[in-house]
Ligand binder design. Sequence first.
Ligand SMILES: Cc1cc2nc3c(=O)[nH]c(=O)nc-3n(C[C@H](O)[C@H](O)[C@H](O)COP(=O)(O)OP(=O)(O)OC[C@H]3O[C@@H](n4cnc5c(N)ncnc54)[C@H](O)[C@@H]3O)c2cc1C
Length: 586
Amino acid sequence: MVRQVENYSVPSREDVQPNAEPPHAWWADVPGEAPHLPHMASWRQYDPAAQVTAYEFMLREVLGVDNLQGLVGGYDDVDANFRVVRGFLGMAQALHDASARGDQDPVRMRTVAGTAGTPQERIETFLPPEVLALFRRYREEGWASISGSPDYGGQGLPMGFANAILEMGMVNPGVAVLTFLSEGVASALEAKGSEELKRVWLPHLKSGKVTGAMVMTEPLAGSSLADMETTAQLRADGTVTVNGYKRFLSSADHNASEGPNGERNIVHMVLARTASENGYLLRKKPDGSFVEVLKVDEDGYLVGVDGRHLMNERGEMVKDGEWRQVLTLVLVPRVPLNEKGEYVDLEGKVVDAPVENGVLIAKLNHKTGLQVQSNTNAEYVNACGFVVGEVGEGMKNMFVIMNGARIGVGLQSVCAAELMRQNVEEYAQRREQGLGGAIIHYPNVTEKILNLRAHSQAGRIIAAEVAIALDIVERGKNDFFTRGEKEEYQRYVDVMTPLVKWGLSEKCYAAIDGGVQAMGGEGYMRESVAQILTDTRIARIYEGANDVLAVGEAVFQLKHMRSFIRRMRTSTAWTDTARCATSSAP
Ligand SMILES: Cc1cc2nc3c(=O)[nH]c(=O)nc-3n(C[C@H](O)[C@H](O)[C@H](O)COP(=O)(O)OP(=O)(O)OC[C@H]3O[C@@H](n4cnc5c(N)ncnc54)[C@H](O)[C@@H]3O)c2cc1C
């Protein structure tokens, strides 16, 4: 449906309320046990060192990363990279413990009164205190940008190694999603944003003081993003005005991002339909030019702003759907800043206090899992935004965030399978049952443990191979990798990224469910391992529902079959090539 942009009320210029604690006790204050009666401790354990050992073996022995020395930037000192990875062990353990406790201590909210310009009551959400403290530690230890460019404060760790940290971080997916979405937003900005936008926002994002959110889904547009109704109206001064309603947004509101005055500042990367300066929605013609559209008539034909039907190059009236929607990626800060980090108003004028930017958090969603992560709906009311990349290239630009996020979701599932494996393996060795001894000797239990082992290990390898291919594309030395080879690696990454998300989330989830079964009643308890199952269920839904990915992949594979098969056949070709290159070196 085409419609003219609605007029919203004038945005508020009131100061943003500083973060404050919500006015109620946490659930965790309510005890679950009678203090003086016998009770059994819940079964829950985690050893991140097992993951590091698995990565060391896999990256060195299976994928041969030592052979990439001198050929791909960041691979010259593999030992140093592993030292960085091992530096995360303490953080991983703390993340796990906070995740287990936070499961019964979920995100909270409070309502906030409207202001003169935007009178609607809105909400603010609050992370559990332990998670908040942990995120601050995470930021202070410098984990907020592991693989980002050092030019803007990143650590520059190649993706092949960053995957290990990402996987360990996923032991607390609530915190990890917050951080990897921020990294994704920073990557999109780095790849597509103007120099000015980069200078203003990248240092804040890389430090973790400002976090990022990916904003696409709407009530009537989830899998089918072309149906979205949120609009970004182009302005003569180069900014855009965003209006609309988005839902299910991960980490779009929380109290872990901190501006100088304690205000929450989160950069929303919003995908929106583009409207012209006159307020008419745009469509893209086959020649690449844009045209303003007044409406779709009752027979489904596009009508131009002069009230006459639009015609295609064959002189026929244009049916709705023939010319593409113009989707644009827009950076909408909750609190606008300038290059010096000063507060500015919506016209860019320096002001003393933070200014609110028409982003109204409307609802806290109560999820099945990921209790320590805030998921909200938001209304955008004349919010001021900045185009990232080209107008009309929104979907392509959003994929910079989505592709990283899809690998992250795959690793979320791998980490969950690993965590479940550690618990089930130990439990099954200790749990004696009847005459058969420990249940680990029962073939049905062994099978479930082997499934967990197989899918976590295989998933790790597949995700690492994609990450290394991406490193080759981005950091491979041009005197060794030709342009054609890099393009082929890029195609491999494009094909494999949704497959990593889809395959790992499907296989690991099934294996985790088996793990719950192998632990019997203990497995069903949230304070034991059931949380792993509920936290991981989402991996099959977000970043593209798996059914939709499966259909999309089938079409994509058919289109790129030849290149894909060639790459699959030689999926460790870079290792072999590198070996040849290094062995023939003088
Ligand atoms: C916890 C959580 C966090 C999220 N975080 C974010 C976020 O940060 N940012 C954001 O923008 N969104 C986010 N989402 C939204 C998420 O990406 C969508 O829920 C997801 O893409 C599915 O869209 P939908 O819910 O509208 O389902 P629908 O699109 O209505 O699909 C429902 C089902 O219909 C079927 N289906 C639909 N279309 C097709 C098709 N073409 N082919 C085959 N089957 C089909 C599938 O079985 C699908 O599962 C989040 C969601 C959740 C639950």
